[in-house]
Ligand binder design. Sequence first.
Ligand SMILES: *Cc1c(COP(=O)(O)O)cnc(C)c1O
Length: 465
Amino acid sequence: MTAITNHLPTAELQALDAAHHMHPFTHGDGLNKKGARIITRARGVTLTDSDGNEILDAMAGLWCVNIGYGREELAEVAARQMRELPYYNTFFQTSHVPAIALANRLAELAPGDLNHVFYAGSGSEANDTNIRMVRTYWAEKGQPERTIIIARKNGYHGSSMGSASLGGMAGMHAQGGMPIPDIHHIDQPHWYAEGGDMDPDAFGLARARQLEEKIEELGAHRVGAFIAEPVQGAGGVIIPPDSYWPEIQRICDKYGILLIADEVICGFGRTGNWFGSQTMGIRPDIMTIAKGLSSGYAPIGGSIVSDAVAEVMNGCEFNHGYTYSGHPVACAVALENLRILDEEGIVTRVAEETVPYMKEKWESLAAHPMVGEARIVGLMGSLALTPDKGARAKFASEPGTVGYICRERCFANNLVMRHVGDRMIISPPLVISKKEIDTLIERAWRSLDEAERQVRDEGLMKAAA
Ligand SMILES: *Cc1c(COP(=O)(O)O)cnc(C)c1O
């Protein structure tokens, strides 16, 4: 048996990592010079690195380890499923128990008439599926010209050609020839950064109405769907003004275009409900799921679609699917994860106990001199760093300079908090305890203090003109 244990000193592991492992979303030379931090074990909300440091993971990995690390039940279920049926496909008029059971469970959990699941291996794959599904759906309905999907700038929908085209990340579009044809973007409902003198609700309405303007501009008969995250995650945990989603829903209804809610982060308890669509009061036709679906213990994603969409899609042969669509081990792990989320009351407890406690503590960070805004919905939160709180000012330095300094201070203080530009974000495991929340806040304060000192020392405490 190949044992994958930490049998080498950190420096040797780092050298091997640098020699042979290419990291996603990373400047290779920069990392290789410095050496990656190597994580060897994890329990609950705590990571252990190869030097024995214990780190509070306020990002739940990449927004995914909702039930926390180290749950034996998931390991047991995976091992049992591997022994019983490690793999079989669902292409050739066959099915298997884990895929059936999970689809049934998801149909129970998902709101409204979202009763049908198309599996993928990740969120990116699921959104690629959605592009092809939407276009096929309209073609089957005799409206093949409805190929356009409208999405948002600074949205994140994955990293494959299709999903990254839906995403509105300029840095991603710059590499590899994106977006693919017939994907259009409107502005994001990011009041803090872009709201100017408008009040949040007026701004939210204005940003939502861009959807209507875009539909009119492109031609309503050409638009198939609108896709968005209920709350933007990777874009910086951007919680839209209350006025935003009802207006988006109204516009989608008016023009009869499909609404795709990308629930990859918001799903499975993150916002205090099973799905972000419930928190935001929207009625999607398709939901993208991944991440918290298995709490990251196995790679799996998918699309949950409405009765109406399924009825049309079932009327044709959809020439699409992945070798690992509905992988039995991943489905079994996801099912066990959902059982734990449900039976241990994690989703309800988060809403009733953890969320109010965290909200108060997190919002107290707004008192820090370098924090312009501290917001949180469920257990996803953000801090806007600023050199001038009153003015909601941006830093004069290259965006992300100060955020990176703060992130490095967090890391040094054994706290994983991520930065997006000059925003700090968290998305901890849902099982985080009150004591651990106290530790998180304490380390965040200390890191902000240290970052502020460094920012002042380096002469960076300056507002952009
Ligand atoms: C992470 C993410 C994806 C992509 O999921 P992968 O599993 O990384 O492919 C899609 N949408 C959202 C909202 C995400 O946060």
